[in-house]
Design a protein around this ligand. Structure first.
Ligand SMILES: [Zn+2]
Length: 460
């Protein structure tokens, strides 16, 4: 008998490891936070577990990896979803962000972490404001996270006027805050929290700032995270200022490399993709936000080049199942082919693929012996999943985030019965509810979708 901490049984086990199919009647044996065995059920008496979780009516798979997130961004939910990208980002979001306090970001991050955990996401790669406060919540709630402070040297709230003036003092202050964050948090919470340098975007950072940030990331031995080719405005700005595409610009300043996560690439040209491919940089693809903004990036071309690619949620919506379905539907529409992207590939892109983007492929992203025990259980005994045949499409095309009942990170149960075990979800939501009138008033003044007409206490 082998003593273990936790035995997780599965009616269907999806290891998402190379060449390994779905295993009926599988199990995962966990000891010391790591996977001792993930495969067919061993004979009774083989394990002596401290705790066993019954697998009847459960599919078990790796926790979803979210390689580009903004946990606290949900303040914008429903306020810019009918807007053009430029209006949503430059006119509403960037002007609102400067008036949100650290305490408010912390509160929003709590809700974002609860949302992601109970949606089956076990790892995030976050770039935002108040990273210390997000790290506090991540440490407490049991998520795994790479976190970066948002570094830029323009006045984000002036971009909507076309003012892209670079202010070195802003860049120096934000970069030094990002460095201080990394020095404090990299490797914290038993290694669950690591840091990146998060230069915000190609048009919001000067060449000097990007070069200094790259040197600091190298000195600290950590990776970088940036938005690139995410909007027409950004591409036009870079072309006007530097005469090249945004990824060519990053290559020319010496920033690109295998430890860089590039979010979006929606408007990347051929020269841009060549630069990414040659550098070994990785790509975070966010399938939910692209259709909403009316333009889907050439995922098939990017993957065909061998650029490491994974799925991510970006902002506001944290449902990985919806993300996988959006990608499948978008690709099939784009290519006019129902076989353009398979369900197995979509699941891979949101687990081991996204782990590879973050440089964590040897530790998480699949259920294999020796890896960290990050896994989730999906309740397959629900009407919308009947009959459950156990293939990839059963999970990817039919399951929902709300079907996730258990999440385990580093071998610890952090979601049980569909609820985070270490966060006071009700208290967080009650505090958010109190903030709604104030936020709605500010957002309406900036041109968000004002819901109420004259007479509304906050919008007039
Ligand atoms: Zn983003």
């Amino acid at each position: 008998m082998i003593e273990i901490d936790l035995l997780v049984r599965a009616e269907f086990l999806y290891p998402v490891s190379p060449g390994l199919p779905v295993i009926p009647n599988g199990e995962v044996a966990i000891a010391g936070g790591r996977i001792l065995h993930a495969g067919p059920r061993q004979p009774e008496g083989h394990w002596a577990p401290a705790r066993t979780i019954n697998g009847s009516g459960r599919a078990v798979l790796p926790g979803f990896v979210n390689c580009h997130s903004h946990a606290a961004s949900l303040v914008f939910r429903s306020q810019t979803d009918d807007h053009a990208a430029k209006a949503a980002l430059l006119e509403v979001a960037f002007r609102m962000e400067k008036d949100i306090t650290e305490d408010e970001w912390a509160l929003l991050a709590e809700a974002g972490c609860a949302d992601m955990l109970q949606s089956g996401i076990t790892t995030i790669n976050d770039i935002w404001y108040a990273p210390h406060r997000l790290a506090d919540t991540v440490e407490a709630c049991g998520l795994r996270a790479q976190i970066a402070h948002k570094v830029f040297d323009v006045r984000l709230h002036e971009l909507w006027r076309g003012d892209y003036t670079h202010h070195p003092d802003i860049g120096e202050e934000r970069l030094s805050d990002g460095i201080a964050f990394a020095e404090r948090w990299h490797g914290a919470a038993d290694g669950r929290i690591t840091a990146r340098i998060g230069t915000h975007a190609t048009d919001t950072c000067s060449a000097e700032l990007l070069r200094t940030a790259r040197a600091e990331a190298d000195r600290l031995g950590i990776g970088m995270h940036i938005h690139a080719a995410q909007s027409v405005a950004e591409v036009e700005q870079i072309r006007a200022a530097h005469g090249c595409g945004p990824l060519e610009f990053l290559r020319d300043v010496g920033m690109l490399g295998p430890d860089v996560v590039l979010a979006h690439l929606v408007f990347a040209g051929t020269g841009d993709l060549d630069a990414v491919e040659e550098s070994g940089a990785a790509y975070a693809h966010c399938p939910t936000i692209y259709p909403r903004r009316g333009r889907y990036p050439p995922l098939e071309d990017i993957m065909a080049r061998g650029i490491p690619t994974g799925f991510a949620t970006d902002w506001m919506l944290n449902d990985p199942f919806e993300g996988m379905r959006n990608a499948l539907n978008a690709m099939r529409l784009r290519l006019g082919s129902p076989t353009a992207l398979s369900c197995a590939k979509a699941l891979e892109l949101h687990t081991i693929g996204a782990a590879r983007v973050m440089g964590l492929q040897d530790e998480i992203g699949s259920l294999e012996q020796g890896k960290k025990a990050d896994l989730i259980m999906v309740d397959i005994d629900r009407p919308h999943l009947q009959p459950y045949y156990g293939d990839y499409a059963a999970l990817v095309y039919y399951a929902r985030a709300s079907d996730v009942v258990t999440s385990i990170v580093d071998g610890a149960v952090v979601v049980e019965n569909g609820r985070p075990t270490r966060l006071d979800r009700e208290q967080t939501m009650a505090r958010i509810r109190e903030k709604v009138p104030g936020w709605r008033g500010k957002l309406a003044a900036l041109g968000s979708r004002a819901v109420f007409g004259p007479g509304c206490p906050c919008c007039g």
